[in-house]
Design a binder for this molecule. Structure first.
Ligand SMILES: [Zn+2]
Length: 129
């Protein structure tokens, strides 16, 4: 991915973060720093990160996952891993990233994962009955 595209997605992710978390305006450097050595973050980590840093951000429960996805994407961007499928290591199509900047898998892996999870739930249902 070239610098222009990285800049584009950095901007897109920042906008998404501000939409999901208006209180985070101007706090991104601190958040990025915190994300850098706290991965993967679970809910407790996320909560303690906020209270310990006294960022004063109120995370609404329904925003929580969204914010975490965006922060993870920003982290991948800073690590130079952005746009690389976590399943197969291929580059994710730019069109797909533009539609879904927080995505971590390419389209074929996404489809594969959907099939696998569907099969898994069928199996579970059958075992239960
Ligand atoms: Zn893939």
């Amino acid at each position: 991915m070239d610098k222009e595209m990285l800049k584009y997605f950095s901007g897109a992710l920042n906008r998404q973060l501000m939409e999901a978390l208006p209180e985070a305006t101007g706090m991104l450097p601190g958040l990025l720093e915190a994300v850098g050595h706290r991965e993967p973050m679970d809910e407790v980590d996320f909560a303690s990160m906020h209270s310990s840093r006294e960022l004063g951000i109120r995370i609404h429960r329904h925003h929580h996952m969204r914010v975490r996805e965006i922060l993870a994407a920003i982290h991948r961007l800073s690590e130079g891993e952005y746009g690389i499928c976590v399943e197969c290591g291929d580059e994710i199509a730019v069109d797909r990233l533009k539609a879904q900047p927080v995505t971590t898998v390419c389209l074929s892996c996404r489809r594969h994962l959907e099939v696998v999870s569907r099969r898994g739930s069928h199996r579970k249902r059958r075992a239960a009955s």
